[in-house]
Design a protein around this ligand. Structure first.
Ligand code: OGA
Ligand code: MN
Length: 300
């Protein structure tokens, strides 16, 4: 795929030079990284060589770590690390192979979603000519909000979105059924119990910067509270289409050693699945909670 890596004007995806996390990050350097992160929503630190301990320790400077819900995808010995990978070892997947195949904000279906995620590339799939595959695209939810027409801003002010993990699982189940698989009633029930739907503001105010951000995830944002089904579906689709406009998007082309951090309020992201199972991809993700300042959502 030969698409531009980034638009010169992209409001996110800021590359920070001269940071070697393994060699140590001073408080002053950290303050600069944190400020850039809050400003741009997605930052890129290339050429890192991180052990799991160093990755976790760096993430903890941004807030407490969160454990991802699927135990079999956590790195053995380091449950703070969630493995995103298509690699099978001893007949078992070492990580989640299909993470993030729709535009989303991580864990938007819990009452207190994480502040940010840090994804570190260990193995990047490549074409035979060496060109990397499996890019990740990010969209700025704050730039997208700012660019909305005044009327739309008025219309969506104060609305609440119902985020539903169950809805996304149902979608995956339908795909599975189309391929001849089964998704039992019991599995369905378990998902609903573990992750009840939550209501969040459709326009979130960023807990650090105070900027307004659109909070919509494809397939996970199931409805806008209080609207008729058709109006709700149309509004969600319209906002998503707006957020995906090229001027709000940064496309990251991975290289081994890249650490990319994204803010789960001011950005959404999607994994591009353009590689095959034999082309190995292995990434480590830490997920960082908000200290406490964020206004949590409520169970719907
Ligand atoms: C994630 C995710 C995208 C990717 O880890 O949260 O969405 O490209 N990953 O792996
Ligand atoms: Mn994700």
């Amino acid at each position: 795929m030969n698409q531009p890596i980034a638009f010169a004007s992209a409001p996110l995806g800021h590359h920070l030079m001269g940071v070697d996390i393994a060699a140590g990050v001073s408080d002053a350097q950290f303050a600069a990284i944190d400020a850039a992160f809050n400003r741009y929503g997605v930052i890129v630190l290339r050429n890192q060589r991180l052990t799991p301990e160093q990755h976790i320790a760096f993430g903890r400077r941004f807030g407490p770590t969160e454990r991802y819900g699927i135990a079999s995808y956590l790195l053995p010995g380091h449950p703070e690390i969630f493995v995103v990978s298509n690699i099978i070892e001893d007949g078992k997947p070492i990580g989640m192979a299909d993470a993030g195949r729709a535009w989303h904000s991580d864990m938007c279906y819990v009452t207190n979603p994480p502040r940010c995620s840090l994804l570190y590339a260990l193995e990047v799939p490549r074409e035979s000519n060496g060109e990397p595959l499996g890019d990740t695209c990010f969209a700025s939810t704050q730039a997208a909000y700012d660019a909305l027409p005044y009327d739309m801003k008025q219309r969506i002010e104060g609305l609440k979105v119902r985020n539903s993990y169950a809805a996304s699982v149902e979608r995956k189940a339908r795909l599975k059924r189309d391929r001849g698989g089964e998704f039992s009633q019991e599995e369905r029930q378990k998902v609903h119990e573990k992750f009840p739907d939550v209501l969040h503001p459709l326009v979130r105010t960023h807990p650090v910067t105070g900027r307004k951000c659109l909070y919509v995830s494809e397939g996970l944002s199931a409805a806008i509270d209080g609207l008729e089904r058709s109006e709700s579906d149309e509004l969600i689709a319209e906002l998503l289409a707006h957020m995906m406009k090229p001027e709000f998007v940064y496309r990251h082309r991975w290289c081994e050693g890249d650490l990319v951090m994204w803010d789960n309020c001011s950005s959404i992201h999607i994994a591009i699945s353009d590689f095959s199972p034999e082309q190995r991809r292995r990434m480590h993700r830490t997920t960082i909670l908000n200290e406490s300042s964020a206004v949590p959502g409520v169970f719907a």
